[in-house]
Design a protein around this ligand. Structure first.
Ligand code: SF4
Length: 460
């Protein structure tokens, strides 16, 4: 699961840093032809980042030059997210500014795309702010005609590739979701699961690797539910193994415990190119809550999956998502979640305080958990995760690790990378030891916090 209200995020994000958009962050400027200028603003998760890449290809093909600032753009595309608290209000702020720029004759067209585009509120927003085009996540391809390209209906397939020539890349292997979790808006806005053919994915990986990509992340709402649409019986593990034979480094997110096969967990330990990090959202340690949430598994099944992972992937890292304060959650349910946290030994987690989403079952359930109680439970789960992660990270101090560099030099002169177990590491650099994205370096872990490891300068 990717779309949720983030109350607090671990620094050790399992999402590749080079392609991750901060909420509402401007995108890079690219130089292309003469149809005008366009600005794409991306909100939310990595699926949206990937959708923005699709739209970027369309505007480039149509001859637009991409710019960072609204005031420099003839056309603005807001690719929106519907999961944060006040998501619509935030977008209203941007739309208000765009109305002003339109009035001043600077911006000429505005398109609203993504999850808010697929939501009920989009009609009201279109009327109120005079938006020229509203698209949901299911009909992004209609942007093509809007920017003056011939019909591109055929390009709306999950296999429309991302951008080549970057050190790391997301590859969407499936879109949508067939689950109906009580709190989640994804099935309404993204639709049911559509899987991409295996050979098509592998072709894209080969192209990306040939263009210099050294790290691919297979992406989807429930990647481990992937099945080859040809009906030949191929499952996610088959796809992962094929990709791992082609790409120098592979990771995948997000998985669902009901779909996670033991052979996939074994493959993580066996294939040397697969990052040994498993992100497996559990959401609650209480069977009663898992049932209310419609998660489709019991806590014991989850624990067993983790045992298989630990047995087959020694030294691997484990992260999860947990929701606290879902309607109906009792103190006993909460205690069971704390127990599961203790038993599983997570290396990091996204802990979310329940926040209702209009259109979801949980928003209409009643039995709300009072905010102060939800806050107390949230802090207890967070502290339990952080304490366990801190203790485990301390044991890594003194180890020499091979580190994949994501950012050559970030703030404070540190490079940012990750170990083979997907653990975030800050690496000291100097002029003599400058490193670039995509490099591998060896360095000794000198200290550790609950989320991040800190390494000295690369060892020559
Ligand atoms: S419905 Fe459930 S499994 Fe599907 S994306 Fe939402 S939380 Fe994940």
């Amino acid at each position: 699961m990717i779309y949720q209200s983030v109350s607090r995020k671990s620094e050790a994000s399992p999402i590749p840093l080079t392609r991750k958009a901060a909420y509402g962050a401007p995108q890079r400027t690219r130089e292309v032809g003469g149809a005008g200028t366009a600005c794409i603003r991306t909100f939310g998760c990595q699926m949206n980042v990937h959708d923005s890449d699709r739209m970027r290809r369309m505007i480039r093909d149509a001859g637009y030059a991409e710019v960072d600032a609204y005031e420099d753009a003839d056309m603005v595309i807001l690719n929106t997210c519907y999961v944060r608290e006040n998501a619509v209000d935030r977008v209203r702020g941007h739309l208000g500014e765009l109305v002003r720029l339109k009035r001043e004759g600077r911006v000429k067209k505005v398109a609203l795309t993504g999850c808010i585009g697929a939501a009920e509120e989009s009609r009201e927003l279109q009327d109120q702010y005079g938006i020229d085009l509203v698209l949901g996540t299911h009909n992004t391809y209609e942007l093509a005609e809007f920017v003056g390209l011939p019909t591109m209906a055929e390009t709306f397939t999950p296999e429309l590739p991302g951008t080549e020539g970057e050190t790391s890349a997301f590859i969407t292997i499936m879109t949508g979701c067939n689950y109906q979790c009580s709190y989640c808006i994804v099935p309404s806005v993204r639709g049911r699961m559509i899987c991409r053919p295996l050979e098509n994915v592998v072709d894209e990986v080969e192209r990306l690797v040939a263009s210099g990509t050294s790290y691919v992340t297979l992406l989807g709402q429930t990647v481990d539910a992937w099945r080859d649409p040809s009906g030949d019986g191929k499952r996610f593990c088959d796809l992962l193994e094929r990709v791992a034979d082609v790409a120098p480094r592979v990771w995948f997110t997000t998985s669902h415990p009901s779909n996670m096969e033991d052979r996939t967990l074994r493959a993580i330990g066996e294939k040397p190119t697969i990052v040994t990090r498993l992100h497996l959202p559990v959401q609650s340690g209480s069977d009663r809550m898992l049932k209310i949430m419609h998660r489709g598994y019991k806590a014991e099944r989850y624990r067993r999956k983790i045992e298989v992972f630990r047995e087959n992937v020694p030294g691997g890292t484990l992260s999860t998502d947990i929701i606290v304060g879902h309607p109906g959650e009792t103190e006993r349910d909460h205690e069971e979640t704390l127990k599961l946290v203790e038993d599983c030994g997570f290396d990091s987690a996204y802990v979310f305080k329940f926040s209702p989403r209009r259109g979801t079952e949980a928003a209409q359930m009643g039995e709300d958990v009072p905010p102060d109680l939800a806050q107390r439970r949230f802090m207890q789960v967070l502290r339990a995760i952080e304490q366990g992660a801190f203790e485990r990270n301390q044991r890594k101090v003194g180890n020499e690790e091979e580190i994949y560099i994501r950012h050559g030099r970030a703030e404070g002169g540190k490079a940012i990378g990750e170990t083979w177990s997907g653990h975030a590491v800050h690496v000291a650099t100097s002029k003599a030891t400058s490193v670039s994205p995509g490099d591998y370096v060896r360095a000794r872990i000198e200290s550790a916090g609950p989320h991040v490891l800190y390494a000295g300068e690369p060892i020559a």
